[in-house]
Structures are given as C-alpha cells and as structure tokens.
Design a binder for this molecule. Structure first.
Ligand code: C5P
Length: 217
C-alpha cells in the first residue's frame, strides 16, 4: 500500500503523513528532506544551489539514510532545496531511492507514506491513495511562524510569508515535476481545519479505499 501526500510548504502535509503512517504502522518518508540535504550540501561546499553541476553531484553523493541534521528544518535549507529541486538531474538522482522506499518499505512494513510535491504525479503515479493538502497562504504563513516561535527560533511573520511565496512560485513554475495535484488526488483544504480534523478526514478516505470502495470526494 502506497499513500502519497503532496502539497505546498506549511500546508500540514508532513504532520498528516506522519500521523497516517503511525496510525497504519507504515514507513514514512519526508521527501523534502532529500532536497533540503542536497541544498545544504551545495551551500556547505561553497556553491550556488542553482548551479546544476554542483547540485547534481551533491544529489548523487547524498546518503539518503542520513537525514537527521537539525539544520535541515531551517529556512536556509528550505530556500536552497527549492532551487536544487528545479534541476532535472537532481530530481532524477533522488528518484530511485524514493521509489525503492515506496515499493520496499524499510522494516518490512506493509505500506509506505511519502510526502512531498510530486509523489502522486511523478514518484508514485500508481499510489493507492493520493492526498493533496493545501491551505490559504496567510494560514500557512501563520502556522509556520508559530511553529518557528514554538521551537524557540526568531521569526517575523512578514518574512515567513515572503519565504513561502518565493518557494511556492519556484515550486509551481518549474518545468520539471511542478507542484500540482495529481488528477486522481483527494484535495484536503485545511484552511479551516486543525490537524485533528485533517487526520480524521484522511482516515475516512483511507478506510473507504481499504474497504473496497472508491475514495470519497
Ligand atoms: O516539503 P519541504 O518544505 O521540506 O520541501 C523543501 C523543498 O524541496 C520544496 O520547496 C520543494 O522545492 C522541494 N521538494 C520537491 N519535491 C518533493 C519534496 C520537496 O521539489 N517531493
């Protein structure tokens, strides 16, 4: 069983994917971390994340099993990620690992939940269930801002809003694997939903599919 959870930054897709995986006992992969790790590696080598040769080399050298650097969750990594993510060679270099994870979930789990931007469209177009999680820009910015403050990090709402706008624009406009819902994705707009409501809605859809019906729309 493969469940794809895509959506823009700070939409709540990561939280939802983790909760679904824990609920079903499936393996979870945050595919954004792969791009963040490549972006950070390029910066640390003193290159521009938009430098295709440097970014491709970093993607090929990446150890996808070593993604626990706390710096990966920061905004520097996020911005660099969205630049390397627009480079086709980078996406190609990361594809095999993601597909293998989905088809052979580590730990012998019966299924995998992958979250990102192109899981339902490119990585696993045959996923059993696809969610596209979204929310209005101000709500996403507010959530991200609060998350940073709760982590004890300095945050300015206007700066967070600007950062999300830039990333959304880059992720949606790129030629390769742009951010868009798969045609058969269930769209979950969480603008007026908290994390519990989004989870409950996702579980209803999953149960409908597991019990043999078509996903609820
Ligand atoms: O989801 P997260 O915010 O960690 O992703 C960071 C960046 O990585 C995104 O802005 C996007 O450019 C890129 N990404 C991607 N495809 C994915 C996951 C992330 O292009 N499947």
């Amino acid at each position: 069983m493969i469940i794809a959870v895509d959506g823009p930054a700070a939409s709540g897709k990561g939280t939802l994917a983790r909760r679904i995986a824990a609920h079903l006992g499936y393996a979870h992969l945050d595919t954004g971390k792969l791009y963040r790790a490549v972006g950070l590696a390029v910066l640390r080598e003193g290159h521009d994340p938009a430098d295709a040769a440097a970014a491709e080399a970093a993607a090929r050298a990446l150890d996808p099993n070593a993604l626990d650097d706390p710096a990966l969750s920061g905004d520097v990594a996020a911005q660099a990620a969205s630049k390397v993510a627009a480079i086709e060679g980078v996406r190609q270099a990361l594809l095999a690992f993601q597909r293998h994870f989905a088809q052979h979930p580590p730990g012998g789990n019966a299924g995998a939940v992958l979250d990102g931007r192109d899981v339902g469209t490119v990585v696993c177009p045959d996923a059993d269930i696809k969610f596209f999680v979204t929310a209005s820009m101000p709500v996403r910015a507010e959530r991200r801002h609060k998350e940073l403050l709760n982590r004890g990090e300095a945050s300015i709402y206007a700066r967070v809003l600007q950062d999300l706008r830039e990333r959304d624009a880059r992720d949606s406009a790129r030629a390769v694997a742009p951010l868009k819902p798969a045609q058969d994705a269930i769209v979950l707009d969480t603008t007026r939903m908290d994390a519990d409501a989004a989870f409950a809605s996702a579980v209803r859809h999953i149960e409908a599919v597991v019990n043999g019906g078509a996903p609820e729309r």
